[in-house]
Design a protein around this ligand. Structure first.
Ligand SMILES: CC(C)(COP(=O)(O)OP(=O)(O)OC[C@H]1O[C@@H](n2cnc3c(N)ncnc32)[C@H](O)[C@@H]1OP(=O)(O)O)[C@@H](O)C(=O)NCCC(=O)NCCS
Length: 276
């Protein structure tokens, strides 16, 4: 997966365990109102676990920070209901690279309560995992309240190491995808499948982008260069005509004839282009 993976991709389609179709895409500045509405739609407990505060409205500065992200050091993805993409958003996952250690990034998630336990948290984590790996992040760190047993159980089942550092409860998940290294727990298997699905979708998009780039690629020459190329092609064309006139070898003659056709076409195009 390239370092520049998914700078401005088409949304990635997924199906939750209950059949709900969702679209995941990077957060954009215009998602600010969506994030604001999403925070207000979280239950008291979910908001408390995510933001460590029960306040339903985030400050303008915080909302700007959460929506205006560079997708390199601060990567954020939003999940939308595919049948209603104007919906406030079903969940958000993000990571912010540590300024002290760029190989570590702090991850945070929230899924609207009505959509929890359908696999969306796992899909958001898989997207972050793939984006982290492409950007050289080696550890995703969740800093959570110790009473948030849903996340501590979930991440420990994924093989994350937990520790208390300076009064913070940390869960460190290694980022280096190898299906054989993920724990053989239900959480590990679910994450493995989700990572593979994300990788396949990202690869598909990257292949489409390079195909498009190749199709759009044009050789741009100055007028002087075009005249030089025209001269070279004309010389080659005349040499082939002379060779064709003299050769008695049928195989060589066929090769020369094929090159003659190609150069004739090229010569005509260059003559039209240069007016020569
Ligand atoms: C953490 C959170 C994002 C998970 O989202 P989700 O969409 O429910 O995630 P999933 O459905 O993929 O479930 C992930 C795992 O957690 C388990 N889980 C989720 N909700 C659970 C619950 N209420 N009770 C027990 N386990 C639960 C799931 O069973 C699953 O484990 P599995 O893989 O072994 O089956 C969501 O609970 C949430 O938004 N919580 C509030 C905010 C928060 O705590 N954020 C994290 C701190 S930054």
């Amino acid at each position: 997966m390239t370092k520049q993976s998914l700078q401005s991709p088409k949304p990635l389609p997924f199906t939750l365990t209950d059949g709900t179709k969702v679209l995941l895409r990077p957060v954009r500045p215009e998602d600010r109102a969506r994030l604001e509405n999403g925070v207000a739609a979280l239950s008291y407990e979910s908001r408390y676990f995510r933001f460590f505060t029960s306040v339903a409205r985030l400050s303008d500065q915080r909302l700007r920070l959460l929506s205006e992200v560079d997708q390199q050091n601060h990567v954020a993805w939003i999940a939308l209901d595919a049948s209603d993409p104007k919906h406030p958003g079903l969940g958000v996952g993000r990571f912010i690279r540590s300024s002290e250690d760029p190989k570590v990034a702090e991850a945070a998630f929230a899924v609207i309560d009505a959509y929890q336990r359908r696999g969306l948290g796992t899909i958001l984590l898989a997207v972050l995992y793939v984006m982290a790996e492409a950007r050289g992040v080696q550890v995703l760190r969740a800093i959570i309240l110790s009473e948030n047993t849903i996340v501590s159980n979930w991440w420990r089942n994924l093989g994350a190491a937990d520790s208390w550092v300076s009064g913070e409860y940390r869960l460190d998940l290694s980022v280096c995808y190898n299906a054989a290294l993920l724990p053989r727990t239900r959480s590990g298997e679910n994450l493995g499948h989700a990572i593979e699905a994300v990788q396949a979708l990202v690869r598909g998009q990257e292949a489409n982008v390079s195909r498009e780039r190749r199709n759009n690629m044009q050789l741009v020459l100055t007028d002087e260069e075009k005249t030089e190329v025209l001269e070279l092609v004309r010389e080659e064309f005349e040499e082939i005509q002379t060779e064709l006139h003299h050769t008695k070898n049928p195989g060589y003659r066929d090769t020369l004839k094929r090159r003659h056709v190609v150069l004739e076409g090229l010569l005509k195009r260059l003559q039209t282009d240069t007016g020569g």
